[in-house]
Design a binder for this molecule. Sequence first.
Ligand code: FAD
Length: 477
Amino acid sequence: MKNLQTYTIIGAGPSGLAAANELSKNKNKVTVYEKADLVGGLARTIEYKNCKYDIGPHRFYTLNKEVNEFYKNTLGPDSITVKRLTRIFYDKKYFYYPLSPFNTLINLGIIKAFKILTSYFFSKIKSIFNYSKIKNFEDWVISNFGSELYKTFFKSYTEKVWGIECKNISKDWAAQRIKNISFFNVFFNSIIKKIRKKKVKSLVDSFQYPKYGAGFFYKKLSNKIIENGGKIELNSKLTQINHLDYKIKNIVIKNSTGIVDIETDFFIFSNPFTEIIRLLNPKPPQNILEACNNLKYRHHIGVKLEIHGPIFQDNWIYVHDPRVKMARISNYKNFSPYMSNSININPITVEYFCFENDKIWNLTDQEIISFAIKELRLAGIIDFNNTVKNSFIVRSLNAYPVIAKDYQKYVLEIRNYLRKFSNLFPIGRSGMFKYNNQDHAIATGMYMARNLINKDFDIDIWNINSEGVYVEGEIKD
Ligand SMILES: Cc1cc2nc3c(=O)[nH]c(=O)nc-3n(C[C@H](O)[C@H](O)[C@H](O)COP(=O)(O)OP(=O)(O)OC[C@H]3O[C@@H](n4cnc5c(N)ncnc54)[C@H](O)[C@@H]3O)c2cc1C
């Protein structure tokens, strides 16, 4: 049964636009309100001087066939295949990622390699008897990879990203990120593939990327939505949600002309889960506000540098080196040549992850830029052949929902409360407090819209990505 009604969507990121596309193509009246001046959310692409920059490295990969087709069809000829090169920078050396046995052995030396192997076998034997004692991320990794490999390749990077010790990170995060990766396929993937003589379709080798940056997909999608009669209002921030008897009466949007009240049949929110709660008027019960205070997001700083002169060929490098605070660096010219005006110019993002009270968040933009350049030189990633010509900073609040121990308890409490509303629907990554990638975010928006349009359709979007299939897996046909 088709049900033509009016819809409001908050956020023009992947999930919000996927929902708007589904609604508008079915001729429903939909308006998206986005606080930024660009579409794409965390997956947007910013053009500045000679280059284009994503917020951080964004490759698209999915195990969902429908989302894959949707992505390919929307991009059409504007998709390119990128040959992947990613490495880990640790102990002043570069390790191929996924790890290759010979490169790892040469870099680590025979004694360290032996320690890694023995600690792996020791952990495996221990875990046979000990499985139920896995309580956190650290336990999970040690049990699957051994303590030496954990200390070498997991601990410092993970703690830089999350800002908390690995023993305070939920084991769910390991399940979401590395469930399908085993000790043997980390090291021996290349050899296994040769033996199997089978072309494994996986991100290990290559991935799809829009010619003009990750955000170009969302620009094209926005054009489709507008062609279908949908509206996208930029620079429009949600500031209040007025409700009565578990029904939203209207929401308040602040835009360049002032304040407007919006009334529609349904409201779909992709802004942070905790923000939805805090904007409710009247306020929700105290226990819901307290649950909200227990959920934290990690913020992201992207230092955008236009670096002239020869530099690394990787798409991105994970910086495990504990001497520097940066966690990852990427070069978008190695994703697509269209990201830079010249072969000699590299659009780089240096990434820092932090909370609001961390020192780095409170530095000025110029101080952060100088700090990032100093760290790049200290690590030897850039040298005297390189000059930095233009630079800027992008600060992304609430970029990573922190999957700390016990987070699920609080998410469930809030979810159950929001479920009582007849016309309020959270979607996406921050909106559902889930470590979702673009494909998951798109799927939540697409399926939520379908549920609303057609009452016979009933996909529980909270199950998307609950399997936690790691992005390095193979596409299932
Ligand atoms: C550094 C980094 C690297 C990543 N790498 C990858 C990758 O390689 N592959 C991958 O698939 N995914 C990657 N992701 C994840 C991907 O960016 C997200 O999964 C995706 O953007 C989530 O989409 P969303 O629509 O749920 O949320 P968002 O992208 O966060 O979009 C939400 C939108 O809502 C808007 N908004 C928020 N509050 C309000 C308000 N009050 N009023 C109006 N608008 C509001 C925001 O401005 C934003 O545009 C990465 C993310 C980051 C931060």
